[in-house]
Design a protein around this ligand. Sequence first.
Ligand SMILES: [Zn+2]
Length: 345
Amino acid sequence: MTGRVIQMAFVAYIAFVAFTLFLVAASACDRKERDSGVSAPRLSFVDRDREVPAFSADSAYHFIERQVSFGPRNPGSEGHRKTRDYLVGTLQSYAGSQAVYVQQFTHTGYSGEMYRMGNIIASFRPGMGDRVMLLAHWDTRPRAEKDPDPLKRSQPIPGADDGGSGVGVLLEFARIFHDHPPPLGVDILLFDGEDYGREGDLDYYFLGSRYWSENPPVPEYRPRFGVLLDMVGAGDAVFPREGFSMQYAPGLVDEVWEIARQMGYDHLFVDEKGSSIADDHWIINRKTGIPTINIIHHKPPRPLQTAINFPEHWHTHADDMDIISTETLQAVGEVLLELVYNRIR
Ligand SMILES: [Zn+2]
C-alpha cells in the first residue's frame, strides 16, 4: 500500500466517522423534535375517603347502542354525521351548551376526497385550573381487514367496542358529572379519525389527536394526566399494563391497576406488561408531554412475540353489540370514577 493510498483510506475513514456522527446527531434531533421534551411530572395519589357516585353500566350500554344504531361512523359516512350531532347534543345536555366545543378540521382521504372532521370536547367545572382529561375515539374503522370473510373486508365495521365502548363509558361519566360535580376539572375529549388509516400507515391514523396536539384549543393547557379508553366493552376483555402508558405515566398505571385490584377487578386489569400500542395516547404523550395512559383490550404478548394480541372481533364485523358486556363496562366505569373522585391528591 502506498502512502497516497493510506492517506486516501484515512480520509475516507474520517468521512465515514463524520457521516456516522451526523446520522446519530440527526436521529437525536429527530427524536427531540418529535418528543415534546417535557419530562413527565411525578403523579401522586391518595385515598381521600370521599363518596364516589354510582356508575350505571346499563346507561353506558345504552350510549353504545345509540352510536351503533347510526351505522358505521367512519369519516364521510351518514353515521359519522348523525353521531357527531348526537354526541354534541348529549354532552351539551350534561355539560351545558357553553362547555362543549367541536374542534373542526379537514382531512384528505386516500382517494383525494375531503373529509370534515371534528374533535368533540366537553368541559366539566371549566373554571378550575386543576384538571384531568378522559379520552376516547368516536370514529369507527372504514374497513374490516381482519374479517374472516374476504368479501366483507372492504366494508366499514359497526365498531361497538372499537370506538363505541370508550365513548359510551365517557357519556355515562358526563351524566354523572352533571349530577355530581367532580372535585376537580374534567375534560372529556372524543377524537375523530383515530382508525382511518390502512394497516401500517400510521400517518393516516390518530388524525384527531394529532390535530388537537398540534393545535391546542386552549393555550398552555396542562391537565395532570389523561386516560384513554379504547375497546373497553367486550365480555372477554383483559387490560394488561400497556407499554407506552408504562413508559410515559407509570405512576398513573400503578394507581389505576391498584384501584382495580382493590375492587376485585384484577381478572380484567391484569398485572402483566402489555404490548406498546400506537394509539391516541402515544401521539399526546410525544407531542404534548401530558402523561396519558391507555386502557385497551389485548392479551399480554408471549415471549419474543412482536404482533399485538388484539381480540378476535378487532377490525371485523363481529365488533357489534352482542360482544358488549355490562360487567366489563361496570368494572372500567367504577375504577375510573374512584380515580377521579377519590384518589387525586
Ligand atoms: Zn381500531
